[in-house]
Write a protein that binds this ligand. Sequence first.
Ligand code: FPP
Length: 244
Amino acid sequence: MQLAKLKEQVKQQQLPNHIAIIMDGNGRWAKKHKFKRIMGHKKGVETVRKIVEISGEIGLKYLTLYAFSTENWRRSKTEVDYLLKLIIETLDKEIDELVEKNVVIKFIGTDKGLSHSYRDKIESTSQKSWHNDGLHLNVAMNYGGRRELVEAVQKIGRKVKSGEIEAADIDEKLISAHLYTANMPDPDLLIRTSGEYRLSNFLIWQSAYAELWFTPVLWPDFTQKHFLEAIWDFQNRERRFGAR
Ligand code: FPP
């Protein structure tokens, strides 16, 4: 089906509230084209651009992209340095257009391991978009689902200790409210590219009821059409949340 037609079709049905994407396969894409790994990430940013663009066009409310995991520090220094620089440079380059397009940018992840100047820079740049109310674009940066839960438990533990809350007050809602994604809907569709079938520590609490959509397509080759196909597939699934 043509892109324009698919887009109209998708817009006529209820959209997912929140789509989360594990953008995988940049390295393999580079290898396939006999480039250095970092070229895969560079090309991957072009896909990010296209997916953010179409998300805004169809009126999606939340999009979360897994850009850098707490496990990614184990890669070579060259690759880590390149990725950190690429993320901040992309943000810098795109911020004005994103602000103009009514996008709200938020970085989710742990501060641990990132320099103060890096954290300040992503915070101050993304702040420029915080008055907007269109697409909420979350960039998962230095993100790990288990780390997020540890930090939430620490925050809750401090509140119990100070008497602000009691242990008996701890429920699912309270835990959700202490995650990086507090006040956001849980992802209802999670996409992973490159033919891997894992969550890789991504939004593990929030994705409890998410529909999963996997494709063998490598992230740099992932198109707006693939994205709409995933949404169309989601719209045609029956979701029961444990009920019959
Ligand atoms: C996974 O591919 C991809 C990453 C670890 C990085 C993705 C980051 C970007 C595309 C930049 C995003 C920038 C912004 C501003 C959102 P891989 O290297 O694990 O691929 P492989 O499994 O084929 O080796």
